[in-house]
Design a protein around this ligand. Structure first.
Ligand code: HEC
Ligand code: HEC
Length: 375
């Protein structure tokens, strides 16, 4: 027996980067605030998939698909042998492990592509922005979540298999994926990978990283991973900004349905304790702009979801009382609402840097825990 290099360096980097990106993508899926990071790990996984497809032909012997082209039937047969504790030891992937790998690669593709579709639909960002409707995004979300959950199960099965194999053949398989080496009979040889291909792809990956983190950001005050994380611009209206922006933020019309704006303007004499004193012509002009850009036009994810959350017989005059708004903010603590630089729920721009634009991008929100710097 001698030690031979089974898992070449690029294969090992691929393996552990994929494992880490999957874990981090999972963790950052918890809140929209981390969406840009979540998306980064998604793109990274797709990049890794591309790498693995190429490496399946250009890598060393055991990285090549040819060395583990087992059928699902062979995989099942192998599992049966494992449970009977008489499975043969494989230097490279065994027939059952090979099935897990094929499945994981397929799932990376499904999860990644549906992720791009959700991003393009719900957020109007990224590669699919503009050609997928906001509501179609929700359909892809179901597939995305189901296949990600399935992927977690396959990962669990893969880890269980590695443990079982390690016990059965008394060798630490996880460590050999770190060092690359395994003990093999003296006849076993592993061919060398094509280093040029590996180097080329490494350069491509680094280029992607530099682009991602250095792209000059979207809305100027927002800091974060540098991707053009912004959807289309919404219509603005100078008269609306002037008449509605003196006491509070001039809320974008996409935040309430047309019937709500109609009611607000009809009741402008008793507007939350104030009299807006608008003349007839101004009211007509404001209403026309509000109607043209109201929530039911579904220009943003927020518009669609606010609109869908309001019962059709209800005409709310507060954005902050719409069911969607309430749901999205129920995790904000009473202590945060009471911060002197927040005070009112209607003070959207305290936490949403793009509130004026009306876009309410995920990358632009954060609860400020210290007083804002004077602008
Ligand atoms: C004279 C001051 C004043 C002007 C001008 C004004 N508002 Fe208001 N508005 C208020 C006050 C006060 C509140 C209550 C704010 C709060 O709850 O913190 C309010 C609340 C609102 C809300 C509900 C916010 C929520 O809690 O969801 C909407 C919507 C709104 N205003 C729309 C408008 C529109 C549209 C215009 C222009 C046509 C306008 N406002 C002009 C004083 C004003
Ligand atoms: C105290 C800070 C704070 C204030 C004030 C605030 N928000 Fe938010 N908002 C948040 C946070 C935090 C989230 C993210 C919740 C989550 O984890 O999904 C959020 C989420 C949202 C979302 C969902 C965005 C998305 O794509 O998921 C919308 C839309 C939104 N807010 C609109 C508003 C509007 C309109 C106002 C003003 C009427 C407002 N918010 C006031 C903190 C705030």
């Amino acid at each position: 027996m001698k030690r031979i290099l089974v898992w070449d360096f690029p294969t090992r980097i691929f393996h552990w980067t994929l494992a880490a990106s999957f874990a981090l993508a999972w963790l950052t899926s918890e809140s929209d605030v981390w969406l840009s990071h979540h998306v980064f790990f998604g793109y990274l996984m797709l990049g890794l998939l591309v790498f693995r497809m190429v490496w399946g032909f250009a890598g060393g012997t055991y990285a090549r698909f040819k060395s583990f082209s087992f059928t699902p039937r062979a995989g099942l047969e192998y599992l049966r042998e494992v449970f009977a504790a008489r499975a043969a030891r494989h230097i490279g992937h065994n027939p059952a492990g090979a099935q897990a790998i094929y499945l994981l690669l397929l799932l990376v593709l499904i999860v990644g592509v549906t992720g791009i579709f959700i991003l393009g639909g719900e957020e109007q960002h990224g590669l699919a922005a503009g050609w997928i409707g906001i509501s179609a995004g929700r359909f892809f979300k179901k597939i995305h979540e189901a296949s990600a959950t399935f992927m977690l199960l396959v990962v669990a099965a893969h880890v269980a298999g590695v443990l079982l194999e390690s016990l059965l053949h008394k060798e630490n398989l996880a460590r050999s994926m770190l060092t690359g080496f395994k003990l093999a009979t003296s006849q076993s040889v592993a061919s060398k990978p094509y280093r040029v291909v590996a180097a080329g792809m490494l350069v491509a990956m680094l280029g992607f990283g530099v682009w991602w983190f250095s792209y000059d950001l979207h809305v100027p005050p927002i800091k974060g991973p540098a991707v053009p994380f912004i959807g289309p611009k919404l219509a603005q209206n100078a008269q609306w900004s002037e008449e509605c922006g003196s006491c509070h933020l001039s809320f974008h019309p996409s935040l309430l349905p047309g019937r709500s704006w109609q009611r607000l303007l009809a009741q402008q004499g008793q507007h939350f304790g104030a009299d807006l004193g608008l003349d007839g012509a101004t009211t007509v002009a404001l209403l026309a702009y509000a109607n043209d850009n109201a929530a039911e036009k579904h220009a943003t994810e927020a518009a669609l979801k606010i609109d869908r959350s309001i019962p059709s017989n209800d005409v709310p005059t507060s954005i902050t009382q719409t069911p969607y708004w309430v749901r999205k903010h129920h995790e904000v603590t009473a202590a945060d609402w009471a911060l002197p630089w927040i005070k009112s729920k209607a003070n959207c721009e305290a936490c949403h840097q793009d509130a004026q634009a009306g876009t309410f991008e995920d990358a632009a929100m954060q609860i400020p825990h210290s007083a804002p710097v004077a602008r």
